[in-house]
Design a protein. Structure first.
Length: 263
């Protein structure tokens, strides 16, 4: 299936590893040019070089912290220099600390809000005008299953990712007439560095091996295994494609059936 992404320019956030990298690789395979950002410059540069070599894509890496508005402005500005536009925006960020309400400080909430919500607003604010002017654009927010079915001990993620979902739904109605779609994709338990770190944190808290935590998650998933980043990226690429032009304001789970609701 030709997704119609040849010649499109995609900005993928937090793309040096995990889900962000998988999405970047999938878009590169479809012929898109890439602007990739992440905090760690060394890892980001290595990722960019590997994607260039393996996919033959035009890739620019810009290191920066998405929770800092000035960094977001610099990332977008640097990306526009060689490419001139951003057709596709994939927002993404690392997960916030685990914990219940009484264990989380005001600073925890403020940092999580900057990382999960404000970064989405900043990125969108910078690329949306160009999308509207060209009357074509795709915004896809990588959120979490926690936005639809809260996960124990993920108070910050449950709360703030739900705010991103509300923002995206409202924005989708405002920009639909300009040919810009806005959707969310909700990863479930996926074999990434972030999920492995979460398993280790929970294991230490409970005094068990991380394998026990992973096994517990797998038992809750109808498919009985964790997902892979590549499986997640396949849907992401479709949602930002020309083929998905009539899909907007929606949230899609890639979770092996973990979410229990009917719709």
């Amino acid at each position: 299936m030709d997704l119609g992404l040849k010649g499109k320019v995609a900005l993928v956030a937090a793309a040096s590893q995990g889900l962000g990298r998988a999405v970047a690789e999938e878009l590169a395979a479809e012929g898109a040019a890439l602007i990739l950002c992440a905090r760690g410059e060394e890892t980001l540069n290595a990722t960019c070089e590997e994607i260039r070599t393996q996919k033959g894509a035009d890739v620019l890496g810009v290191a920066g912290d998405l929770s800092v508005s000035a960094d977001v402005e610099r990332i977008v500005s640097k990306g526009l220099e060689p490419f001139g536009q951003v057709d596709i925006l994939i927002t993404n960020s690392g997960g916030p600390p685990t914990g219940k309400f009484e264990t989380l400080s005001r600073e925890n909430w403020e940092e999580a809000t900057r990382g999960l919500l404000t970064s989405v607003l900043d990125l969108t604010r910078l690329v949306l005008p160009g999308m509207k002017e060209r009357r074509w654009g795709r915004i896809l927010n990588i959120t979490s299953i926690a936005a639809k079915q809260p996960v124990d001990n993920l108070m910050l993620s449950n709360s703030i990712r739900s705010a991103v979902t509300g923002f995206a739904k409202t924005l989708s109605n405002e920009v639909a007439e300009y040919g810009v779609t806005v959707n969310n994709i909700m990863p479930g338990y996926t074999a990434t560095e972030r999920v492995e770190a979460l398993a280790q944190t929970l294991a230490e808290r409970e005094g068990v091996d991380a394998a026990v935590i992973r096994s517990r998650w797998e038992s809750e998933i109808p498919i009985k295994r964790l997902g892979t980043p590549k499986e997640f990226a396949a849907l992401a690429a479709f949602l930002v494609s020309t083929r998905a032009s009539y899909i907007t304001g929606s949230s899609f789970a890639v979770d092996g059936g973990w979410i229990r609701s009917v719709i």
